[in-house]
Design a protein around this ligand. Structure first.
Ligand code: MLC
Ligand code: AMP
Length: 509
């Protein structure tokens, strides 16, 4: 029934062999079987097709985390559509850009913002606007789905066809849509199932958002491919995670998860006795967090490295040495090399250069940005990640920095340029410099250094403008006013100098 749809057939193959296996344990105490999950996905596919979705059409989604959203993702794949999830924190102004850029056929938004999103969607020529509430049990998508019956022949899709577009922030302030094929998602999920030894017995604690690849593709696709189960938490809740630990076997999270869990009084060796794997990624895990975790729980966190454009590239070994401060070895089928940014030539072990990757896991390019694609994705298949690192003699990769001007805060990416453009719009601002400073909880925090035009420092006004235009995680945690920004002889703002000069003042606020 799904065999002609490349990704769907792979996601369903293991669970088809297990009668009524549980896909998700919900916090309400309910259980969702694989049979029920896919029955609802099939009904959703029918709704999407009736709403106008044809193969290759984008289905944009900005709704809360619920099992219905997972069913929407799967329904979209079954319908031949291209899933385009959006961070629930994005403001209307941000959503407008994505809808205009991606021209989706259908947009599913939260029931509560339908009035705001309606005009934006029609301006972007979205054919059908559907709604879903945070519980996943109300809204026009849910109502239409309930009128359908299960049973659906998945729309045929080949390995190279697009399955999803996920936007990543852009250095110039314009986000780029990374196009991910059926093969890229399937290949990476199958590799990780084997590499991290997933089986139908596994129970993964799922507390990540499902609009980014970590929670969506790494966690969900692996679970589906392996026929494992989830403890499905609708949001990050430390107590809920701790309560799940004795019954679960795997946790996946960003470093902030581990930093916060370490402070929880009930995190003990006994509590994690049934756990077999803790995975961290999306941002650097401090070696000291790795060590503290090992001391407290007896487990070595497995750190891996990925990107929206590439899915997962490297991983510390499942069996073998997990080296703190490194992101491990290239995954099977993935190649990693370090190159000189000037010449593009490969460097030898120990030398720091740009990290390039190649493999079936890679995206096929940026949506409608052929020049950007050509700048980063070489014609021979190597992708220049924008991260800097080195390989040691044993081929373990260490990330030492980024050539891209990027802040990673609690696993969310923020490009300073995007925030600077918003701040600079404020009438009282002459110019601004946005950067990341160390933050104990989020790893890095966004801060802004502002030069005012006149005498008045309108911090409240700048904050209000940021709140209207930017998702909460992008807004500066601190704003500092200075008389002028230091510049080099080329006239470029010297962020390194600003960082040294003001870092401690900004970090302590
Ligand atoms: C929330 N806030 C953040 C923030 N998360 N600010 C900066 N950075 C963040 N990451 C804001 C909130 O809006 C709030 O603002 C204030 O900070 C306090 O929030 P909180 O209550 O502490 O946040 P919480 O809901 O607990 O969320 C923290 C978190 C979350 C770490 C659980 O950020 C999270 O789920 N991060 C994971 C992101 C992720 O999935 N990344 C994967 C990308 S894929 P205010 O104004 O209301 O006070 C990728 C590729 C790969 O990178 O390799 O995986
Ligand atoms: P995104 O664009 O949201 O997919 O974020 C991808 C970026 O996150 C990468 O380019 C890295 O800079 C960073 N990243 C992901 N995993 C790790 C990790 N384990 N350690 C350090 N940085 C990471």
């Amino acid at each position: 029934m799904y065999h002609s749809n490349y990704l769907a057939s792979i996601l369903r193959s293991t669970s088809l062999k297990q009668d009524d296996a549980v896909f998700a344990y919900l916090t309400s105490g309910e259980e969702v079987t694989y049979t029920a999950l896919f029955a609802n996905a099939e009904k959703t596919a029918k709704v999407l097709i009736k709403a106008g979705v044809e193969p290759g059409d984008r289905v944009a989604v900005q709704v809360g985390k619920s099992i219905t959203t997972v069913e929407l993702y799967l329904g979209c794949i079954l319908s031949g559509g291209v899933f385009l999830p959006l961070n629930t924190d994005y403001t209307a102004a941000e959503v407008e850009y994505f809808l205009t850029d991606a021209s989706p056929k259908v947009f599913v938004c939260d029931q509560g913002v339908e009035q705001v999103m309606g005009p934006i969607a029609s301006h972007a020529k979205v054919k059908t606007l559907l709604t879903l509430d945070a519980s996943g049990l109300a809204g026009s998508l849910f109502e239409r789905r309930e009128l359908e019956s299960a049973g659906f022949d998945a729309v045929p899709r080949e390995a190279n066809d697009l399955a999803a577009i996920l936007y990543t922030s852009g250095t110039t302030g314009r986000s780029k849509g990374a196009m991910l094929s059926h093969e890229a998602l399937a290949a990476n999920a199958l590799t990780l199932v084997e590499h991290w030894q997933f089986s139908p017995q596994d129970r993964l604690i799922h507390a990540l958002p499902i609009f980014h690849i970590h929670g969506l593709f790494v966690a969900l696709n692996i679970t589906l491919c392996a026929g494992s189960s989830l403890y499905f938490l609708n949001r990050f809740d430390l107590d809920e995670i701790v309560a799940c630990l004795p019954k679960a076997s795997v946790l996946m999270g960003v470093p902030t998860f581990y930093v916060r869990l370490l402070k929880h009084a009930e995190l003990t060796k006994d509590r994690v006795a049934n756990m077999r794997l803790f995975v961290s990624g999306s941002a650097p895990l401090l070696a000291e967090t790795h060590q503290a975790w090992q001391q407290k729980t007896g487990h070595a966190i497995l750190e891996r490295y990925g990107m929206t454009e590439t899915n997962m590239n490297t991983s510390n070994p499942y069996d073998g040495e997990r080296r703190p401060g490194t992101v491990g070895l290239a995954l099977p089928g993935v190649e990693v090399k370090i190159t000189d940014s000037e010449t593009g030539l490969s460097l030898t072990s120990g030398e720091v250069g740009q990290i390039e990757v190649r493999g079936p896991n890679l995206f096929t390019g940026y949506w409608q940005m052929p020049e950007k694609t050509a700048e980063e994705l070489r014609s021979d298949g190597w992708f220049i990640t924008g991260d800097l690192g080195c390989l040691d003699d044993d081929a373990y990769l260490t990330i030492v920095g980024r050539s891209k001007d990027l802040i990673i805060s609690g696993g969310y990416n923020v490009y300073p340029k995007e925030v600077e453009l918003v701040i600079d719009e404020h009438a009282s601002v002459l110019e601004s410099a946005v950067m990341g400073v160390p933050h104990a909880d989020f790893g890095e925090a966004v801060v802004a250094i502002v030069v005012a035009k006149g005498e008045d420092n309108d911090e409240a006004g700048i904050r209000a403008l940021c709140s209207a235009s930017l998702a909460a995680y992008k807004r500066p945690k601190s704003i500092l006013f200075v008389d002028e920004l230091p510049r080099n002889t080329m006239g470029k703002v010297q962020k390194a100098k600003l960082r040294t000069e003001y870092s401690s003042a900004l970090t302590q606020r």
